[in-house]
Ligand binder design. Structure first.
Ligand code: PRX
Length: 674
């Protein structure tokens, strides 16, 4: 967004402030945090030393000497001098007390397949064997990057933890992403090893996943990045469920290789706190995805604290976060946070509505899940497909989370009344891939819930709303602005992989007071969301201010979709706009104009839509492809996406008389709406 455009234009959420809901006494009675003084303990005058409490949740090989080093501002370095191992903290340290406790409950999508209960001992063994293989067979060592393109099976966290054990930087690509999207990430991270799976279940079908690996490697190689080894987990060990050939000297089956590493133990490598744990690519306003670089010590300390005090995880809890580990939510709140606390974390392979909309509640009953974590899109979808389903199952949630998009108060109330039976607290957690863990949320036993509001900043996070000139918009002013965080925090990403300039430009430049300053106070973090702050300090998040759209809680760059459309020969121009959707929150509509000789027809529209799926993945498939005769443009030639968005959303297009081609607006409106 250009600096002279008002953020208020970008409102996508229109509800007002709602009343407050108190946590049930049974919840408060058992909560990890009931201290009303908790916010005070993390006030800015105690910054940064207050974050010692986060780090103290971990086991360190060596204590740090500097809590926060700002010498390379705004690349913050936390717990400098400290050494630890993330895998040790998530696995080994629990063995004495919890060896026989379930670490991971794996629920296959097919109901006839048995749920797997992996104990901490079993996890320890499998992680060690995998680490031995990565070290000795694949030759990987601390600091190397490895790309994972794994679906939701236990092999994904096992591989992540095996990497963490050796200090290898993992870069997991969401399995739903295409081979080409995976190839781009292999290239950017310079991985020489790809770890994938032959197949997995989605909506009752065994998908051939290995075919994406072949495509990924081709695409990475075209860009100059050679992959030496493809390590393939098999959904059914011993059986290869892909149609693709096994490439001699490149492709290897993990189950076969692992036979050589039976019971091998690999010592966890003691890593500097500031080294990299993983890369997680996310979309921004240009076509190229950003590799968010997360640290070992700061990140792990942050997600562990949030899991303990916001998620209220105790080791006795059965915790189910229904996100995909291929997104940051899954990294932080299926794998690292819960396992650092010795929780039992559920991994579900498939879609929530398979075979019907009662599945999540059935799983909750079967496993005794008492903490449930999902997105508004999933809640809306489950409500639409089976609003009465929860009442058919006997489960008891004490705590429920929503994440990823604004949740409408009406949907919040269904979640609270019907799913939670008024007995569970809800936390609406606002944060981003870049942040490692929550930024705004209630601490559930300390401050009340408010439907449709994420809540105040979590302890240690000091959000502020700034207008376009950098002035603070006071609480209760009823005016939207850019939500920023005044202070650094340990979970924040360190930089964009290999692109510090873009990191500074995107998140810090706008409100920076002095580019040479080493004082964190001069570097507010700009999240890229518009928000309003109520008089009581609760934040309502309104949506992105940049060219990012949030489809079903998944973040996509409009530019990424547009450049995918442009791979079709006939397409001259492409514009993606975000359209409100009853279930998915927002979905992309794609407008294209064609080169002079090209013919508009349905077959072409379909080819364009397929191109988007092939380049990015099915999640990016446009809701509609409109082939238009021309795009609305200003006299200076700027394509007016805002007008197309108004048409797609059946809103008033406003005054268009100053456009270079005002007549096209009515033509497109008729094409779309009539
Ligand atoms: O626009 C905000 C929205 O999701 C964006 C971040 O997306 P991603 O990096 O994929 O991370 C998603 C999960 C952490 C934000 O910029 N968002 C996230 N949580 C919320 C939200 N919008 C409203 N309410 C939330 N609770």
């Amino acid at each position: 967004m250009s600096s002279n455009e008002s953020v208020e234009k970008h409102y996508s959420v229109h509800w007002q402030e709602e009343g407050l809901y108190q946590a049930p006494p049974e919840f408060i009675g058992q909560a990890n945090c009931t201290d009303p003084g908790i916010y005070e303990k993390f006030s800015l005058d105690k910054f940064p030393e207050c974050f010692k409490a986060f780090a103290d949740l971990l086991d360190w090989d060596a204590y740090w000497h500097t809590t926060l080093d700002t010498s390379d501002a705004p690349c913050w370095r936390w717990f400098v001098g400290g050494r630890l191992n993330a895998c040790y903290n998530c696995v080994d340290r629990h063995l004495d007390k919890y060896r026989n406790k379930t670490a991971i409950h794996f629920v296959p999508e097919l109901e006839e397949e048995k749920i797997e209960h992996i104990t901490y001992q079993e996890l320890y063994r499998r992680v060690n064997e995998t680490a031995a293989l990565l070290k000795d067979f694949a030759g990987l060592k601390a600091g190397d990057r490895v790309t994972l393109h794994l679906p939701m099976t236990p092999e994904l966290p096992i591989t992540m933890l095996a990497c963490a054990r050796l200090g290898i930087i993992h870069s997991e690509v969401f399995a739903g992403f295409s081979g080409r999207a995976c190839g781009d990430r292999i290239w950017d991270s310079e991985s020489t090893v790809l770890i994938t799976m032959d197949s997995y279940y989605r909506s009752g079908k065994l998908l051939d996943h290995k075919e994406k690996a072949d495509e990924a490697i081709k695409s990475a190689e075209k860009q100059g990045q050679k992959v030496d080894k493809v390590l393939i987990w098999r959904r059914y060990p011993g059986t290869y469920s892909s149609q693709t050939p096994v490439v001699d000297g490149r492709d290897y089956f993990m189950d076969e290789l692992l036979k050589n590493y039976f019971s091998v133990v690999v010592e966890p490598v003691s890593m500097p706190a500031e080294d990299i744990l993983f890369l997680m690519y996310t979309s921004g306003s240009t076509g190229r995805p950003k590799g968010c670089q997360h640290s070992i010590g700061g990140y792990l300390a942050y997600v562990t604290w949030m899991s303990k005090y916001v998620q209220d995880i105790h080791p006795e809890d059965v915790y189910w976060c229904m996100a995909d580990i291929g997104w940051i939510t899954g990294h932080s709140f299926i794998v690292y946070g819960p396992l650092a606390l010795a929780a039992s974390s559920v991994i579900y392979e498939g879609v929530p509505t398979y075979p019907d909309a009662g599945r999540p509640w059935k799983i909750a009953e079967e496993l005794g899940v008492n903490i449930f974590h999902t997105s508004p899109t999933a809640i809306r979808g489950l409500r639409k497909a089976g609003a009465d389903e929860p009442s058919k199952y006997n489960y008891h949630f004490k705590h429920m989370t929503t994440v990823g998009e604004p949740i409408e108060p009406e949907v919040w109330r269904w979640y609270y009344n019907v799913v939670g039976r008024k007995k569970a607290v809800i936390v609406d957690t606002w944060w981003q891939t870049e942040n490692g863990g929550f930024l705004c949320s209630t601490i559930p036993a300390v401050v009340p819930m408010k439907p449709g509001s994420a809540g105040p900043g979590v302890p240690g996070i000091h959000p502020i709303i700034l207008d376009d000139e950098g002035n603070e918009i006071p609480p209760g002013a009823g005016k939207a602005g850019n939500i920023c965080i005044k202070n650094p925090w340990p979970g924040a990403f360190q930089t964009i992989w290999k692109d510090k300039e873009r990191y500074i430009e995107t998140y810090y430049r706008r409100y920076n007071r002095d580019p040479n300053s080493k004082d964190w106070r001069d570097w507010p973090y700009m999240a890229g969301d518009a928000a309003v702050m109520a008089a009581d300090g609760y934040f309502r998040i309104l949506g992105r201010i940049d060219d990012v759209i949030n489809v079903a809680g998944h973040r996509l760059g409009t530019k990424e979709i547009e450049s995918a459309a442009l791979t079709v020969e006939e397409v001259a121009e492409a514009a993606v706009v975000s359209v409100n959707d009853e279930v998915k929150g927002t979905v992309p509509d794609l407008y294209v104009s064609l080169k002079p000789q090209a013919q508009a027809n349905e077959e072409l529209a379909k080819r364009i839509s397929n191109a988007v799926s092939e380049v990015i993945g099915k999640i990016a498939r446009p809701a509609h492809v409109y082939i238009v005769s021309d795009m609305p443009k200003t006299r200076s030639g700027k394509l007016m996406r805002r007008i197309l968005a108004s048409i797609s959303n059946y809103k008033d297009v406003g005054d268009v008389t100053t456009l270079a081609n005002p007549k096209i607006v009515e033509e497109i409106r008729r094409q779309v709406q009539d």
